[in-house]
Design a protein around this ligand. Structure first.
Ligand code: DOR
Length: 429
């Protein structure tokens, strides 16, 4: 029996309301106990990690990751993307199906599972398409995809445009208690835009994507969710209006959850002044007021969790002019640092809420048996140095791509060890 002892760290497990200095004992890939093993203090183990001064958290879960395989291996592969996840402290990712071809069949789901097993890195949970071929015309075979192991459904990269299709998707997924992860965008309003529509886009003479493009679609989907009793998860919320709509829907008891990305609570559309395509993503960077609303949403729980929308694009694609470069930036290797720097170090949220937003709640939304250190749980554990100051260097990234606007930034807080199923899969340095 292989045992691993993680000794003397600040153990935070929001699912059990635990936040104390203690030991965690792992045996054969499962958590045995926190603190005491059958009344005995935890003493011997095959391997011991001294965790004094570190946060010991249930393994982080990123529910919004583009791994690009199959079809766009020049940007990322399951192997490189999951290595980036481990380096960022994530023990589980949910991969988004806007691959080529899109993940809309049982065989495609199995392909991802097999590739992930071969990579032997972090856990990969599959999000499958809402619509066949991601074309927005007919429903994918939801039941068969659930059978194959899909944990959620999304046409991300694009909205589910047809309202009747969205309604049926919500109804259908309700039978399996699966959420629809929604990219909220009214395309007539945003088409041709490269950044937020506002003062800055006006000054720069760049075509804009108005906040209303996002808000109108969130409104539609909240209404359809209420009407169907389905489960809606709003992806990458970027507007104050969107936060308000979700807050209001939750108050009414609508089954809606939401995520925010680190770039949306860190940067504003002012960043586009340099015309650098590493600041181009969808939805776009908005205004300081939107950033504040997103942080408030994270503080009061309107926004449940933090997800990265890790969107790798090969260097030559991102090097095009703003209007031709693709939307999206990397997220996995900077998420913890940005979240700690922006939210915890500034006193906006405490560590337990941060861990809840990066582990407990994304696991709960996806319905996966992760996100806690309860005895008997799979021993996915992330060790974070809360004080470590470090400089982002894209040249050290595990990801195959380098499209991060945070190169050179100094951040506080970093994952120093990532343990998956009781095995140490990543250690810093
Ligand atoms: O910026 C984005 N990039 N937003 C999306 O919705 C899709 C993603 C991608 O796949 O590159």
């Amino acid at each position: 029996m292989a045992t691993l002892l993680i000794r003397g760290g600040r153990v935070i497990d929001p699912a059990q309301n635990i936040d104390r200095i203690d030991d965690v004992l792992v045996r054969d890939g499962l958590v045995v106990s926190i603190g005491h093993d059958g009344g005995q203090p935890l003493g011997r183990a095959d391997e011991t990690i001294e965790a004094g001064g570190l946060i010991v958290a249930p393994g982080l879960v990123d529910m919004h990751v583009h791994l690009r395989e199959p079809g766009r291996e020049e940007d990322e592969t399951i192997e490189t993307g999951t290595r980036a996840a481990l380096a960022g402290g994530f023990t589980s990712v949910a991969c988004i199906p806007n691959t080529e071809p899109p993940i809309d069949t049982q065989a495609a789901v199995e392909f991802i599972h097999q590739k992930a097993a071969r990579a032997d890195t972090c856990n990969v949970f599959v999000v499958a398409c809402v619509s066949r071929g991601r074309e927005g015309k007919e429903l994918a075979e939801i039941g068969r995809l659930v059978e194959a192991g899909a944990v959620a459904f999304s046409d991300d990269g694009a909205p589910v445009y047809d309202a009747e299709l969205m309604r049926r998707a919500l109804e259908y997924c309700r039978m399996f208690d699966k959420p629809i992860l929604a990219h909220e965008e009214v395309l007539e309003l945003s088409r041709g835009g490269v950044m937020n529509e506002g003062l800055v886009s006006l000054l720069l003479g760049l075509p804009g994507m108005p906040a209303a493009a996002e808000d109108v679609m969130i409104g539609r989907d909240v209404t359809l969710t209420e009407a169907t009793g389905g489960r809606l998860h709003v992806m990458h919320v970027s507007t104050a209006g969107g936060v308000a709509l979700i807050r209001d829907a939750k108050r009414r008891g609508v089954r809606v959850t939401a995520e925010a990305c680190p770039h949306h609570f860190t940067l504003t559309d002012e960043s586009l002044r340099g015309f650098d395509s590493n600041y181009k993503m969808s939805p776009p960077l908005r205004t300081a007021a939107d950033v504040e609303a997103i942080i408030e949403g994270l503080v009061d729980g309107t926004i449940d969790c933090i997800a990265t929308d890790h969107a790798p694009h090969a260097r030559e694609k991102k090097m095009l002019e703003l209007d031709r470069a693709p939307f999206g930036i990397l997220g996995l290797e900077t998420a913890v640092g940005l979240s700690v720097t922006r939210l915890v170090a500034t006193g906006r949220i405490g560590w337990p809420r941060l861990i809840e937003s990066l582990s407990t709640l994304p696991a709960r939304i996806l319905g996966i048996n992760r996100g806690t250190l309860r005895p008997g749980a799979v021993a996915d554990v992330t060790l974070i140095d809360p004080e470590r100051s470090w400089q982002v260097d894209i040249n050290t990234f595990r990801s195959k791509s380098v499209n991060s606007p945070f190169h050179g930034w100094t951040l506080r807080g970093r994952a120093v060890a990532t343990i998956v199923g009781g095995r140490v899969k990543y250690r810093l340095g």
